[in-house]
Structure formats: structure tokens, C-alpha cells
Write a protein that binds this ligand. Structure first.
Ligand SMILES: Nc1ncnc2c1ncn2[C@@H]1O[C@H](COP(=O)(O)OP(=O)(O)O)[C@@H](O)[C@H]1O
Ligand SMILES: [Mg+2]
Length: 374
């Protein structure tokens, strides 16, 4: 894959000229013709390098540079300042604002090429690992109705309480209960995003379609209107959604519903971890054995098993260690039965961790967020 360079200049001719030079050298080129556009494009495109003009009408290159450096998402992107200014003071100001290199116009294409190569090479070792990318965690029920949405909502809410930047995503089109359970009213985010062509599914579009719960938790909600179940996710769209969200949040907590659906199978490449929910009930464990075996053959990243109780412990109930033995895997966490708290939280449109922060179940969710970090 060729490296992507964002060229920022409010002069159309310069923009064309530099873009052409870069394209000839085999780079992927994105352009912005103002400071403001540079900031949004940097987020949306996540380029490997930015070439930034200094004198622009709306916001000068120094300010753009400072803002890119102030945002953790864009901080690691190398920046070459490119300008007609030749005074030493300007260079100093450029480096102080956080530029990696400085070029004056007019520049010979060969000089531009070699500076770009040098800056990219210096950042090579870090470019992939440093670029901050959120972690996407899929939450999947071994069976329908066992509390998948509740766990997804509360895992995300626990990260929000821990000062993370989580985003909760409901992939259950036409059966979107995550937003409803939080008392949200704007539930068409996912449908709006899916109505757009895949190449537009990037951070800015996603940001416009997030709704925030009173706690600050951001949600990409799916509608509970069953007619929307007929909308289809192409694998590309599903993956673009996750990739775009990873640029603006961490972790991305995805409500996948139950079972190994076609959608879940297609999304596995974009997910970094899976939480599989089981109940300590023989039939659910039996179903989970099959589910986990199938998923493991397609997904070799971490799978965390979480045991959820909907009813209080009964005599003879399968224990945690039984579950581990049957599934051949350690259990990452346990959620106790708390029907009354779960009911009150839904009525109030709150996550359980906010509704009753002192409750055992709230602590279990907080602990789960530590076990499954962003
Ligand atoms: N730990 C729990 N104890 C008791 N009831 C729960 C618990 N977790 C969830 N519930 C309740 O179970 C029902 C189903 O939960 P939900 O999260 O919607 O499941 P799913 O997404 O698997 O269909 C809801 O009424 C919810 O309030
Ligand atoms: Mg659900």
C-alpha cells in the first residue's frame, strides 16, 4: 500500500502542482485548501505525512500545526511546513509549532521527494504502532436475550467513568436496543451512515451521527424500527464504520447480538477482541462450545468469556470452574443477577454503573473494563 500524504495549501495552483509531483512519485494524495479543512482531513484520512502551507486565510499553518499536535489522534503524523517565507524566524516558529521539517517555495521536485523520504523514514518505525487507534471489542451472546446489550452498554459506560473515550455501537439494525435502553431518542445514526457510499464512511460522518448520553458516553445507535432490519451491511461498510470509529474513540464497544451471524463473521477482521457471554446453564454452555469452536477457527485474537447470571445462584448450578473446564478457556469475569437494578437502570435510561455505582454488579462491570482495556 502506498503512503498517503495530505497537502494543505489555500492556493489552488500550488495544491495542484504539489499533488501532481507527489502522485508521480507514487504517493496517495489527499488535499485540503484551508486550515480548518486540514484539521478535519487529517482526522478523516490519517495520512502518513502532512505538507502544510503557512500563509492561509482562515488559520495559519503554525496554528494548524499546534492543533494537530494537541490532538492525540493526529499528534504522531509528521509535518513538513512548506512556504514562500524565507526568514529564519519563520523556520524557528515552524519548528516551535511542532513541524518535523521546513521547505521553502519554490522547491525542486527532487528536493521535495528526498525531504519526504527522509521524514517518512524517520517516522517509519513508529508510524504504524504510534498512530493511536482505538481497540474494537465485540460483545456477543452465546444465546439471545442473555444480557448482551446490557454488558455492551455497561462495559462502554465503565470506560467512560474511567475517563476513557469509548464509543458504543449497535450493530443490531431494526432491533437496536442499546440506544433505547439509554433513553436516547435519536436512533437513526447507523441507518444514516449506511445510506452513504462506503468511501464517505469516515470519522467526520461518523462523528455527525453519534449521540451522547448524559454521562458523555457516545453512541452510534441502531433503530428499533423492524423495517430497518432489511438494510444490509456490506462487509466494506461494516469495516469502514469500525475503522472510522477507531480514529475517534477507544475502546469501540460493539453490540453484536447473539450467535455467529453472517454480519459478525464479516466483521471479525475489524475487531480486536471478543467478549462471549454465557450463562451457567447446561444448554447455553453446550451452545457456547460450538460457537467458540467456530469463531476460534476464524478469529485468532483474544476471546474473553464472561459468565452472566440472570437468575440468582441455584443449588447445583454450573460453577465458574465447570464453565472453564467445559469451554477449555479461562473466564474473564462474572456478572451477578440483579433483576431489580437492571430494571431500574433501563427505566431511568441509565447504565447500571451510573444508576447504582455502589452495587456489586456495577463493580463487576468496572472490573470487566479493567480486564478488557481500550
Ligand atoms: N445481570 C442481570 N440480572 C438480571 N437481569 C438482567 C441482567 N442483565 C440484563 N438483564 C435483563 O435481561 C433482559 C435482557 O437483557 P439484554 O441486555 O437486552 O439482552 P440481549 O441483548 O442479550 O437480548 C433485560 O430486561 C435486562 O434488563
Ligand atoms: Mg440486545
Amino acid at each position: 500500500m502506498s503512503e498517503k500524504i495530505l497537502v494543505v495549501d489555500d492556493d489552488v495552483e500550488s495544491l495542484k502542482l504539489i499533488s501532481l509531483m507527489l502522485k508521480r512519485q507514487g504517493y496517495d494524495v489527499a488535499i485540503a485548501n484551508s486550515g480548518v479543512q486540514a484539521l478535519s482531513k487529517a482526522l478523516a484520512e490519517m495520512p502518513n505525512l502532512i505538507i502544510l502551507d503557512i500563509m492561509m486565510m482562515d488559520m495559519d499553518g503554525y496554528e494548524v500545526c499546534r492543533r494537530l499536535r494537541a490532538n492525540p489522534e493526529t499528534r504522531p503524523i509528521p509535518i513538513i511546513m512548506f512556504t514562500a517565507k524565507t526568514l529564519i524566524d519563520d523556520k524557528v516558529a515552524g519548528f516551535e509549532a511542532g513541524a518535523d521539517d521546513y521547505l521553502t517555495k519554490p522547491t525542486h521536485p527532487a528536493e521535495l521527494a528526498s525531504r519526504i523520504k527522509a521524514v517518512l523514514a524517520r517516522n517509519q518505525t513508529s508510524s504504524q504502532s504510534v498512530r493511536p487507534q482505538g481497540v474494537a471489542v465485540g460483545v456477543l451472546g452465546a444465546k439471545g436475550g442473555i444480557g448482551t446489550t446490557t454488558v455492551a452498554v455497561n462495559l462502554a459506560a465503565a470506560h467512560q467513568q474511567n475517563k476513557g473515550r469509548p464509543i458504543l455501537v449497535d450493530f443490531r439494525l431494526g432491533a437496536g436496543h442499546a440506544g433505547l435502553s439509554l433513553g436516547l431518542t435519536k436512533l437513526d445514526g447507523m441507518a444514516n451512515v449506511l445510506s452513504k457510499p462506503v468511501n464517505e464512511i469516515k470519522a467526520p460522518l461518523l462523528m455527525q451521527n453519534l449521540v451522547a448520553h448524559g454521562s458523555g458516553l457516545r453512541v452510534l445507535a441502531a433503530s428499533p424500527d423492524p423495517r430497518e432490519a432489511q438494510m444490509r451491511f456490506t462487509p466494506d461498510a461494516a469495516n469502514a464504520i469500525i475503522r472510522g470509529l477507531k480514529a475517534i474513540g477507544n475502546p469501540i464497544v460493539v453490540d453484536l447480538g447473539a450467535g455467529y451471524s453472517e454480519l459478525t463473521a464479516r466483521m471479525l477482521p475489524s475487531l480486536d477482541k471478543l467478549v462471549i457471554l454465557v450463562e451457567p446453564v447446561a444448554m447455553v454452555i453446550a451452545a457456547a462450545e460450538h460457537l467458540i469452536e467456530a469463531i476460534k477457527s476464524d478469529f485468532n485474537k483474544p476471546i474473553h468469556i464472561v459468565v452472566i447470571h440472570r437468575t440468582p445462584l441455584a443449588r447445583g448450578m454450573i460453577t465458574w470452574t465447570d464453565v472453564e473446564a467445559r469451554l477449555g478457556q479461562s473466564v474473564a469475569g462474572m456478572i451477578s443477577a440483579a433483576p431489580e437494578i437492571a430494571y431500574q437502570a433501563t427505566e431511568a435510561g441509565n447504565p447500571i454503573v451510573l444508576q447504582q455505582p455502589g452495587a456489586v454488579i456495577a463493580n463487576q462491570f468496572m472490573k470487566l473494563a479493567q480486564t478488557i482495556p481500550g
